[in-house]
Design a protein around this ligand. Structure first.
Ligand code: F3S
Length: 108
């Protein structure tokens, strides 16, 4: 599967969702996830993300491995719902792009 990682938090650019052929993205308050049961590993979303937040599972940096479980877990959170059309990024997205240690800001 493909995995959305930490740098999406507080950015949520949403360019990724427009290219997904199976609509496997789910939107939370300040983060997107990929439903691992629906992702077909086409990889077209990877270059679309301005925050470089999407990785194939096998290419994940070591410090982002926990996002495999997090994407899978949040699929069943009521705060995460299907999104298939892009929208405006979060207001401060450009400032948050590239900041480290954003997991503590995840809203769920
Ligand atoms: Fe997040 Fe990048 Fe999509 S910031 S919403 S994974 S385009």
């Amino acid at each position: 599967t493909h995995v959305v990682t930490e740098n999406c938090i507080k950015c949520k650019f949403t360019d990724c969702v427009d290219v997904c052929p199976v609509d496997c993205f789910r939107e939370g308050p300040n983060f997107l996830i990929i439903d691992p049961d629906e992702c077909i590993d086409c990889a077209v979303c990877i270059p679309e993300c301005p925050a470089n937040a999407i990785f194939a599972e096998e290419d994940l940096p070591a410090d982002q491995l926990k996002f495999i479980a997090l994407n899978a877990e949040l699929v069943s959170s009521p705060s995460f719902t299907s999104i298939s059309r892009s929208k405006k990024p979060l207001p401060d997205a450009d400032n948050w792009n590239g900041m480290t240690d954003k997991l503590k800001y995840l809203e769920r």
